[in-house]
Design a protein around this ligand. Structure first.
Ligand SMILES: C[S@@+](CC[C@H](N)C(=O)[O-])C[C@H]1O[C@@H](n2cnc3c(N)ncnc32)[C@H](O)[C@@H]1O
Length: 97
């Protein structure tokens, strides 16, 4: 994807730091990590969003699956739970951050 006037790509480890931004979007990221790691990622997001270049606070946007078994169809709940198990199997044994 090419860089544009208002979009650039910055490599790095989100557990170390996240660059300042108007908005940090985490799409299908949080479900990969333990609760403890999610807290660390959100702490880095908070640091990154306190002030941007114009002194304004940024936003953190999260797009991810949410269990809602009271309102979802049973099949949908099953898919979400299976996805959770898949993440656990795929990512088991990952190095601690
Ligand atoms: C499931 S993918 C994200 C999917 C993508 N947002 C989408 O919607 O298609 C998880 C991403 O997190 C990245 N990632 C994993 N560990 C990371 C880290 N410590 N710091 C930054 N990015 C990391 C991976 O390289 C991968 O691109």
């Amino acid at each position: 994807m090419p860089r544009t006037e208002n979009l650039s790509f910055v490599g790095g480890d989100m557990f170390q730091s996240i660059p300042y931004a108007d908005a940090t979007l985490l799409k299908l990221v949080m479900h990969n990590w333990s609760d403890e790691d999610c807290v660390k990622i959100l702490q880095r997001c908070r640091e990154a969003s306190i002030y941007n270049d114009e002194g304004r606070k940024g936003k953190v946007l999260i797009i991810d699956m949410v269990l809602n078994k009271d309102e979802d169809e049973a099949d949908m709940t099953e898919v979400k739970l299976l996805f959770d198990v898949l993440m656990m199997v795929l990512l088991a044994g990952e190095v601690e951050n």
